[in-house]
Design a protein around this ligand. Structure first.
Ligand code: NAD
Length: 361
């Protein structure tokens, strides 16, 4: 007797779907939910089979493949970083990824991860800052006001209550765009208080938290040691590839440095400028209480973030649950669907008779 089985299906989310999801949820709520899922996954760090991402580098930028699994799901993201992409009408960072069931290998979710990368990076930065920054932090400087910056501001407001922003970008129009977007978002009861600054030094002076989000192929010194103030938390996001850094190396010995995954950050993060035994602590160790985070109000902390596969695992998990809850996305076939799964050729024959002539030619 033939038994009928329900085949697992593949949900597809394109950028419009994810945008819709964020409108339905509201960005602050989405960031809160994603940060919660991310923290859950950091807390079970030892469950994951981890590896540094695989990068393909050219003079123009990098394309990276980021796989990870916990034995239940396998996820990967393919992401690029091309700082001069504006000249082609493309963003600096674009990404797509998938979540697969480990029991079958079936792809359960195929998704855009461009909007999602901005969301997950912001949630990750804010989660780290909530753990490492002074609890009385009120003012944040954002250096580099491109695609990631709006989400960062929203996340620091949603998770840490940061309302006062100081913005600096080499391109003042970028700061004006960021200011306009944040004031138009109407996501919080009271608006952000925003000051556009003439230099990084002006923006950083008196800030409790400094987020560096610049895109530049090569070593840069967006924040130098003379700009440091006691008790500052630095969220260094833009230095994320070999040879691509944002901090003056003299900043690092003056701070306690926290990272995502040591082997990858030694190659890609700010600490690539330091000796191989430069001391760092992984964020999961602080979140689980294995290692201390901030130990005093005058300590300077640096979150040397490069972006790790676990963050995209959490993001794909978040997207899957949210898309199901709100009924967003569509179903796509990524495999054949015949009664005898081994009769792939027979399935193809049956399909091909329906193909238009032009396709068969
Ligand atoms: P973007 O190109 O949209 O914006 C970058 C902005 O930085 C631009 O407005 C540019 O004018 C400005 N800038 C460049 N050099 C500057 C300088 N010296 N001082 C002030 N401003 C400067 O890029 P994006 O998508 O916002 O990404 C920002 C950076 O974050 C990139 O380097 C990207 O690779 C990185 N990133 C890291 C993670 C992570 O997880 N760590 C995730 C996403 C993106």
């Amino acid at each position: 007797m033939k038994t009928s089985i329900t085949r697992p299906r593949t949900r597809l989310l394109d950028t419009h779907d994810v945008a819709r999801l964020l409108h339905l949820m509201g960005v602050p709520a989405a960031l809160q939910e994603l940060a919660g899922i991310l923290k859950e996954d950091y807390l079970r760090w030892p469950d994951f089979d981890k590896a540094s991402r695989i990068g393909a580098y050219t003079d123009a930028g990098v394309i990276e493949l980021m796989p990870i699994t916990d034995g239940r799901h396998y996820t990967f993201k393919c992401v690029n970083g091309h700082p001069d992409n504006g000249r082609y009408g493309l963003p600096t960072v674009m990404a797509m990824g998938a979540l697969l069931d480990c029991d079958t290998g079936m792809i359960r979710l195929l998704s855009e991860l461009t909007l999602t990368t901005a969301l997950r990076t912001a949630a990750n930065s804010a989660l780290a800052a909530r753990t490492l920054a002074r609890p009385d932090s009120r003012v944040m400087a954002i250096i580099g006001n491109g695609a990631q910056s709006d989400f960062q501001a929203m996340a620091f407001r949603a998770l840490l209550g940061i309302q006062d922003l100081r913005l600096y970008d080499l391109d003042q129009a970028a700061s004006e765009r960021l200011q306009r977007n944040l004031l138009n978002a109407h996501a919080f009861d009271t608006p952000f208080r925003i000051q556009i600054c003439d230099s990084a030094a002006q923006a950083i002076q008196g800030a409790d938290i400094v987020s560096t989000l610049t895109a530049h192929q090569g070593p840069a010194q967006v924040l130098t040691a003379n700009m440091l103030e006691p008790g500052m938390h630095i969220n260094a996001v833009g230095g994320d590839s070999p040879g691509k850094t944002e901090l003056d190396p003299a900043v690092l010995p003056r701070a306690s440095v926290f990272v995502e995954y040591v082997p990858q950050t030694r190659e890609e993060g700010e600490i690539q400028q330091m000796p191989a035994d430069f001391p760092v602590v992984e964020l999961w160790q602080v979140l689980t209480g294995v290692a201390p985070g901030r130990v005093g109000p005058d300590q300077i902390t640096v979150f040397d973030s490069v972006g790790f596969a676990l963050e995209d695992y959490a993001a794909l998990r978040f997207l899957r649950a949210a898309a199901e809850r709100f009924g967003v996305g569509s179903w796509v076939d990524v495999t054949s669907s015949q009664d005898d799964p081994r009769d792939l050729f027979g399935w193809w024959l049956a399909q091909s008779v329906h193909e238009p002539e032009a396709v068969r030619a």
